[in-house]
Design a protein around this ligand. Structure first.
Ligand code: SD4
Length: 326
């Protein structure tokens, strides 16, 4: 009995037939959903237009998805105006900028750094962890040492603007970091290149004024980012603690494996957050692509956006959300 059920699920996943329970929940989706190939594509959380343009310039030249997502993530990492990623990111409550990043390629390889200080491009270090070490995660001083030994230079990442924001926050410093439920710019970026290969990257300075040592979802493989070339990829932004508890990105990829579209899977993953007692006060946004280059995105609260270029066409999408009003 168990075996035949397993076989049924396996067969339906392989043939792309949508399970009846899924059709009930999402009546608008039929088995005849388009199977037309929609890649190359690259898509990122928030209005990360310049990042997507950098990624697209690589895809357009028939480059690899992995190079595209790295190039994309490096744009906000270097931007002092972006206060959620890399250089210019808001510090923790002690005034230190600590960075988290992860990357995955189409072969299922993964690398990540967390609690990394003084290095402007954590995504490049994460890729080096993936390609040059037998490990997946390097943290804190070990991650920094590895970066310095591999040619990265130490820099002060705290800009005047970020320092000022921290000084202002200290005036009433409530030691309870709160997520801004409207706009914050952590970059999660996904790409599928002209060969059909999929890669993803995620980079952030985490929650502003977080507790010292706090690590979010972005460097956690399966939470902030997950790629499976056979199925697709997903990435997250928002309150990392919620994403980690629900293993957000992995759950989206696994739902797509059962035949759900990227949009359906993102919506279903957001609905899983409703079991959390504090779900009304937190924001999470997910984006995903499947192996046909179809995309989707959904958030808990309104205000989430994502940016993409698909087959040369650029688009800023105001994401649909579970809650409609702020
Ligand atoms: C974190 N998910 O560290 C990140 C924060 C984020 O835009 O997405 N900010 O929890």
């Amino acid at each position: 009995m168990k075996n035949s059920r397993r076989q049924f699920i396996k067969n339906t996943a392989l043939t792309g037939i949508i399970l009846p329970s899924i059709i009930k929940e999402f009546p608008e989706v039929k088995n005849s959903e388009s199977k037309v190939i929609q890649y190359p594509i690259t898509i990122a959380t928030w209005n990360n237009k310049k990042a997507i343009q950098a990624a697209w310039s690589i895809l357009k030249a028939e480059g690899d998805a992995l190079d595209a997502v790295q190039a994309g993530a490096m744009v906000p990492e270097a931007d002092p105006e972006d206060t959620s990623v890399g250089y210019g990111g808001f510090p923790d409550r002690d005034g230190d900028v600590t960075l988290d990043a992860s990357i995955m390629d189409h072969k299922g390889n993964a690398g990540a750094v967390m609690y990394l200080e003084g290095i402007k491009h954590p995504i490049a270090v994460a890729r080096m962890v993936m390609e040059k070490t037998p490990h997946v995660f390097l943290a804190g001083s070990g991650a920094k040492q590895f970066a310095l030994e591999n040619g990265f230079i130490e820099e002060n990442l705290l800009t005047e603007k970020a320092k000022q924001a921290w000084e202002n926050w200290k005036l009433n410093s409530k030691y309870e970091p709160k997520i801004n439920s409207e706009r914050h710019d952590t970059i999660g970026i996904l790409a599928q290149d002209s060969k059909g290969n999929i890669a993803g990257a995620c980079s952030t300075s985490g929650l502003a004024f977080k507790m010292k040592g706090r690590v979010g979802d972005s460097p956690i493989i399966g939470a902030g980012l997950y790629v499976d070339n056979e199925v697709g990829a997903a990435t997250a932004t928002g309150l990392g603690e919620a994403v980690v508890k629900k293993v957000g990105a992995f759950s989206i990829v696994e739902m797509m494996r059962t035949g759900m579209s990227p949009q359906m899977a993102c919506e279903a993953a957001v609905k899983r957050l409703l079991s959390m007692p504090n779900h009304k006060d937190l924001q999470v946004g997910y984006i995903a692509i499947n192996n046909l280059g179809q995309y989707g995105g959904f958030s808990l609260q309104p205000g989430f956006q994502f940016y993409l270029i698909q087959k040369g066409k650029a688009k800023l999408v105001e994401s649909k959300s579970y809650f409609k009003n702020k």
